[in-house]
Design a protein around this ligand. Structure first.
Ligand SMILES: Cc1ncc(COP(=O)(O)O)c(C=O)c1O
Length: 390
């Protein structure tokens, strides 16, 4: 039986950029010890107090079908968080709770893109972006952001692709580059969206991990609230990756359609997860700061070690849990370097090429293991680069 073109062409055949990751996992499965600096997931688990709230809710009976758009209490709490941080008037009607940010990204594109539309995204990019766009029948087109510009997108690159497109997806703080888009960058993005009548899909799942600069939500820029859909998530801010809870924030008429979509797809998410998320949000910034703290420390470790050498150049780690390292002085591609490092030192990193052409000659290091192991793995990586430098 024939499968749909949409499902069989979701991801291109051939290399999917995860070969080094898969090889590391195979080595681990065969009993070898590998240090994994690959995946964007905390080395701590969900906070016990959040699990307690989940347990109490489930035991209390919140295990049946929950409200499809999300509970009013959680939608209201998310709206309040967004309004407090951005100053943009936001109510529960602007929020739909989704099973994670990933599902929010897909819902947002479903809302704005028709079959065959062009949907733009910035390269380097979070690995699922092009597939998410293809999953709704749209055509993904990458706009490069260059290492020479600290991976901030430039107006000429956006303008070159914007004409005739339907949407633009941006992500700040950025995975994989660690860039936090400046006010100037966000204003440029907003101007281009208005000029070319684009929807803006703003992936802000790392908004609690800012080390340098200020998080600007483009929805707060003049005339942008009506054309912006913001994606949020509890995965990174509250170490709740497995709970699958996120949201889309946008104009209420879009949210109404998204609720209809959820009714016919996900049918919402479990009530006890939503109650745990509500508890976590009500804990406010102290809990978020506690969860983000290990990455702040490891960012400092990274900068200190990078300053001791001049083979590997780090892109500014302004936010998120990753360091994007330029290894071009070794003459290797990111793929060759990551494979060689894994083979010789059993340290797994992600080749920059896994995240698009703009990150070629780089590797992404996830700062997601304990400080001591991280320090020695990074030192080994830098020594390896120095030995291989041309
Ligand atoms: C940039 C970015 N967006 C979205 C997601 C999806 O996160 P989740 O679906 O767990 O909320 C991730 C996960 O790594 C990410 O890095």
């Amino acid at each position: 039986m024939k499968l749909s073109h949409r499902i069989t062409h979701l991801t291109p055949s051939g290399s999917d950029g995860w070969e080094v990751f898969n090889k590391a996992r195979e080595m681990i499965a065969s009993g070898r010890s590998v240090i994994e600096l690959t995946i964007g997931e905390h080395d701590i688990r969900t906070h016990p107090s959040i699990l307690d709230a989940m347990h109490v809710s489930a035991k209390g009976g919140h295990t049946g079908y929950a409200s499809v758009p999300g509970t009013t209490a959680l939608r209201t709490a998310v709206a309040k968080r967004i309004q407090t941080r951005t100053g943009v008037p936001t109510t529960a009607d602007n929020i739909m709770i989704t099973p994670g940010g990933q599902s929010g990204l897909c819902a947002a594109h479903t809302a704005v893109c028709s079959e065959g539309d062009t949907a733009l995204y910035i390269d380097p990019y979070y690995a699922t972006y092009p597939g998410t766009i293809r999953s709704v029948g749209a055509h993904p087109v990458a706009i490069p952001a260059h290492p020479e510009n600290a991976f901030q997108p430039h107006v000429t690159d956006i303008a070159r692709h914007a004409k005739g497109a339907t949407s633009l997806m941006v992500n700040s703080p950025n995975n994989p580059t660690g860039a936090v888009y400046s006010l100037e960058t966000m204003q440029t993005i907003a101007e281009q969206c208005i000029k070319h009548d684009l929807w803006l899909i703003s992936d802000e799942v790392y908004d609690t991990q800012i080390w340098d600069g200020t998080h600007i939500s483009p929805r707060a820029l003049p005339d942008m609230a009506a054309r912006t859909l913001v994606i949020g998530s509890m995965s990174k801010s509250h170490a709740m990756t497995g709970s699958r809870v996120g949201w889309v924030c946008g104009p209420d008429h879009v949210i109404e359609h998204l609720i209809n979509l959820a009714t016919h797809t996900t049918y919402g998410l479990p009530g006890y997860i939503q109650d745990a998320a509500l508890f976590a949000l009500n804990e406010g910034t102290p809990l978020e700061t506690e969860i983000a703290a290990p990455f702040a420390r490891r960012r400092q470790i990274t900068q200190t070690l990078l300053d001791t050498q001049n083979t590997v150049k780090g892109s500014p780690i302004q936010g998120a849990m990753y360091a994007m390292l330029d290894i071009r002085t070794t003459g290797m591609t990111g793929i060759t370097f990551a494979n060689a490092l894994l083979d010789t030192h059993q340290i797994a990193t992600m080749p920059g090429e896994s995240f698009g052409a703009a990150a070629a000659g780089h590797i992404r290091v996830a700062m997601t293991i304990d400080d001591d192991t991280y320090t020695s793995a990074l030192q080994t990586l830098l020594d390896f680069a120095a030995r291989n430098a041309a």
